[in-house]
Design a protein around this ligand. Structure first.
Ligand code: FAD
Ligand code: NAP
Length: 335
């Protein structure tokens, strides 16, 4: 493990914000974590556990130590048709999905093309096209900063919810994930509940996990800006969840409102529709803008700092609140 000082984080966040870290450590073994945390010079400084940097916004230079999780390795255990995987936190998520597909291990094919690391997947219970990590997560292991112990938390203890988990709530900034455990299957159960997938696959004779993955990857590539050429952090706002009563009042006021029922009886509102109705899609404010095809994807068109990105986000939140009385929550973590 090498500890570097005054490191640019621009290449380590997909919004390409040109912030710097006071200290930067590449974590390649679990022992590195204990070593960094035991360093008295770093003990009182803030910490940022960093994976692929695809779900963070850096407000400015980071005055503490960045622990860049670069742990590697995948172990597999067979149990009938089940495949139990132990995946090191630094493995790239998209590469993992593709690896599993190639082996004939199914369950995460709808989550192809999501940037970032395996270790960050439980943080917001990543989801796309009707599948979320919660469908396959068995447990996570890592270092508990409060108890100063290595721990294994079951999926239940992770309290995975809609784009959230215990790691964004009671255990925020308290647990460094070093490994995730997934339960996949050799039996295919393709999920094509989303219309965008159905449209692409409707002419296919048979729908397979491979064809679903191909369709998801193609739809995403055609709809979403590539952060390597148009730096972004994916969806900047979560879809708001409201009570059924509130949704029905809104629907009377705004008959075109796009809504989806949730399993728990509440209703999910399409954040992109709300933002688009307020006229933000495609607009620019200085070096930051809203993508012309994706109303909730904010793009850094130059060398915008975090403050500029957040100023635009706040303006959007303000107009959605004024027009619909709905508050939009920012999805990425702010540092
Ligand atoms: P980072 O941005 O590095 O970190 C995110 C948060 O997790 C931070 O708070 C960080 O401290 C914490 N963290 C990271 N690793 C660890 C660890 N090992 N232990 C403890 N805490 C950790 N998300 C979806 O859910 N669905 C999508 O379809 C989707 N599509 C996206 C498309 C694009 C183009 C982009 C840019 C983002 C998209 N995202 C999506 C968001 C993002 O890719 C995911 O949230 C991803 O899991 C973040 O991984 P990361 O390694 O980049 O996390
Ligand atoms: P889309 O297919 O145009 O759908 C728009 C919104 O409607 C999505 O937010 C989705 O909710 C919801 N939706 C669509 N069909 C649904 C159904 N059958 N049941 C319940 N909800 C439905 O979305 P998109 O923007 O092109 O993105 C496609 C998928 O990739 C979505 O699942 C989205 O979450 C995911 N994605 C996430 C990020 C991120 O950073 N978080 C970035 C890009 C794409 P959900 O968001 O709850 O699925």
């Amino acid at each position: 493990m090498t500890l570097l000082e005054d490191v640019s984080l621009q290449e380590f966040n997909t919004l390409s914000i040109p912030a710097r870290a006071a200290y930067f450590a590449e974590v390649v073994s679990a022992a590195d974590i204990e070593r960094i945390l035991a360093n008295p010079a770093l003990a009182t400084l803030p910490r940022l556990v960093l994976g692929g940097g695809s779900n963070i916004v850096l407000r400015g230079d980071f005055p503490g130590v960045v622990l860049h999780i670069a742990l590697r390795g995948i172990e597999v255990e067979e149990n009938g048709t089940q495949r139990l995987l132990k995946v090191a936190a630094g493995e790239n998520w998209d590469a993992l999905v593709r690896h599993c597909l190639a082996q004939g291990w199914y369950g995460i094919e709808n989550l192809i093309s999501i940037p970032g690391s395996a270790g960050a997947a439980p943080i917001q219970n990543i989801g796309a096209y009707g599948v979320e990590l919660a469908d396959v997560l068995v447990a996570v292991s890592g270092w508990d900063l409060n108890t100063q112990q290595w721990r294994r938390l079951s999926a239940e203890q992770c309290q995975l919810g809609y784009r959230t988990s215990v790691f964004k709530a009671a255990m925020q900034d308290r647990f460094i994930i070093t490994e995730i455990e997934l339960r996949l299957s050799t039996e295919a159960q393709p999920n094509v509940s989303y219309a965008a997938l159905n449209e692409v696959l409707s002419d296919s004779e048979s729908v397979t996990p491979e064809s679903v993955a191909e369709a998801v990857a193609a739809v995403r590539a055609s709809r979403l800006p590539d952060y390597r050429t148009e730096p972004n952090a994916g969806s900047f706002f979560k879809n708001p969840i409201v009570s059924a009563g509130r949704a029905s009042v809104l629907k009377q006021q705004f008959p075109q409102l796009v809504t989806w029922p949730m399993a728990d009886g509440r209703v999910k509102l399409a954040a992109a529709w709300l933002v688009e109705q307020c006229g933000w899609k495609g607009r620019r404010q200085g070096e930051v803008g809203i993508h012309p095809r994706q109303a909730i994807v904010l793009v850094n068109y130059g060398r915008a700092k975090g403050a500029e990105v957040l100023a635009l986000a706040e303006a959007i939140q303000h107009s959605v609140a004024e027009t619909f009385g709905v508050s939009l929550e920012i999805e990425p973590r702010l540092y």
